[in-house]
Design a protein around this ligand. Structure first.
Ligand code: NAP
Length: 460
């Protein structure tokens, strides 16, 4: 599919472009490879200057980048501004810390000097999604480039404008041609690109389906891959939780970005004894959400990014209702509503329903009632996903034990799941493998090389 962006609020086409031809792709790969042969010798100061300038430009132009994001994929302007600023902070984090993460480590200095060194790998292909069109790209690219690699971006086909803006951002920040390339290709061209000798590694953030094909292509070519895939994060509310706090966070975690976040709370596992009151409070707060123009500061629920995503979400919801789930609020969608799916809650969700087993990527909360904390953990871990999870209780020790028992990459007690440049981010099970962010994230993009140097040469 060629690149096509339709403003989800107005229905206007805001961008279109053909995919690059095979020979155009080859030219870009060649450019990236040639640039890498120079960029790999860059000093940490040169890299820091570049990535710090990227951060500064993001901060200076936060309004215009945010409006671009909102126009192209529909998120609230306030959320888009937060995304741009978070992208800047991610860049600054790697600009400031990469040198200490990747400095030589002395292992043994007796007879031999043995070192662990971290060297750049080559050109990294970043295959990225539309839901955080700046943050996902920049958290990966800032790490890869600070490690001395070059990056080629294959962005999602509905955010071509953001992709172009990010390429221009790198050029404006002083990147030499080829350090960061926007590659306008279709998903069916990705495997060929991965197999090209210019590419050393691929980082994908996206769905399970994309993960399977990218991992297969990387495996076939024996190249490194990092997969950041979908999730169905549990939000466990125990009987002793502060329900007001839990509900406030439930609304934020489920409905921000119109529910289109990998680490959104998706399955609300509520202890039976507080389920009715939790649902009542949740419903009241959800009904206060204001649907409308995402550029308008009064709007609190954005449209979804594309109409086809609303249609798919509605199929999941309809199947749940037909299978016995109870409608608490919302759940009614028609084609005339365009990209606006109503804020919805389903109660008594159970196995066999698509919303129980699949990722629900939109503004729909699924409540699953559980009898106690053991059942909550068992249901939470029954998912094939393992990205994040949260638990809400006044008993901090119990909360910590449950958080430790969750099969996921990030578990939170009494706060919603979020990412932070300082902590590793990623999943287990079908949520993917490898890590982004923190010292762990940057090490996905280096050759961890042992260097052993004999201090003295015996001549006898
Ligand atoms: P998607 O459809 O998988 O697309 C993601 C990227 O992969 C796009 O650039 C897409 O290109 C490409 N792609 C799709 N199918 C492919 C294939 N078979 N081979 C190679 N590339 C392929 O996902 P999305 O709808 O953009 O994003 C939503 C998904 O991303 C959700 O599952 C969400 O949970 C996940 N996500 C995960 C994280 C995380 O950190 N774990 C963060 C954000 C989002 P086209 O657009 O051209 O198809």
């Amino acid at each position: 599919m060629a690149y096509l962006s339709i403003n989800p609020h107005t229905g206007e086409q805001v961008f279109s472009a053909d995919n690059l031809t095979q020979s155009e792709v080859y030219e870009q790969l060649k450019l990236s490879k040639e640039r890498f042969s120079v960029w790999k010798e860059s000093s940490f100061k040169q890299r820091r200057d570049l990535i710090s300038s990227v951060a500064a430009l993001l901060e200076e132009n936060v309004e215009s980048y945010a409006e671009l994001i909102t126009k192209e994929m529909g998120k609230l302007k306030s959320e888009a501004m937060a995304e741009v600023l978070k992208s800047a902070s991610g860049c600054r984090y790697y600009a400031d810390n990469a040198e200490s993460f990747l400095g030589d480590q002395l292992v043994d200095s007796n007879s031999d000097r043995v070192l662990i060194t971290y060297q750049p790998l080559g050109s990294v292909l970043a295959v990225m999604p539309w839901n955080f069109p700046f943050w996902q790209v920049l958290r990966c690219a800032s790490a890869a480039i600070m490690a001395g690699n070059c990056v080629l971006l294959k962005h999602a086909s509905n955010v071509g404008l953001c992709a172009q803006a990010i390429e221009q951002l790198f050029l404006d920040a002083g990147a030499e041609n080829g350090v960061f390339i926007n590659l306008l290709i279709s998903s069916s061209q990705v495997a060929d690109v991965i197999s090209d000798s210019a590419i050393c590694s691929v980082a994908l953030t996206g769905s399970e389906a994309a993960g399977r094909s990218v991992a297969a292509a990387a495996g076939k070519a024996i190249k490194r891959s990092v997969l950041e895939l979908g999730g169905s994060d549990p939000f466990i509310v125990l009987a002793d939780a502060d329900l007001e706090m839990a509900v406030t966070n439930a609304v934020k975690s489920r409905f921000m970005n119109a529910g289109q976040s990998c680490i959104a709370a998706k399955r609300f596992l509520i202890e039976d004894s507080v389920a009715d009151i939790f649902i009542q409070l949740f419903k009241e707060k959800v009904e206060e959400l204001v649907v409308g123009d995402p550029l308008d500061g009064m709007t609190t629920l954005a449209p979804m990014a594309r109409k086809d995503l609303c249609v798919e979400l509605d199929e999941q919801v309809s199947q749940a209702l037909e299978s016995g789930a109870e409608l608490v609020v919302g759940c009614e969608y028609s084609a005339e509503s365009g990209c606006f799916y109503p804020a919805s809650i389903l109660d008594r969700v159970s196995p066999g329903m698509r919303v129980y087993t699949e990722e629900v990527f939109g503004p729909v909360a699924s409540v699953i009632r559980v009898k106690d904390e053991e059942e909550a953990v068992a249901v939470a871990n029954s998912s094939r996903f393992g990205l994040g999870g949260s638990v809400w209780t006044k008993d901090i020790k119990k909360g910590e034990n449950i958080a430790r028992a969750l099969e996921c990459g990030s578990a939170f007690v009494n706060s919603m799941v979020k990412s932070d440049p300082k902590t590793p981010f990623g999943g287990v099970k079908e949520s993917g493998y490898g890590r982004e962010l923190s010292a762990y994230g940057i090490k996905e993009f280096v050759n961890i090389k042992t260097l052993s140097i004999k201090n003295e040469i015996s001549t006898s």
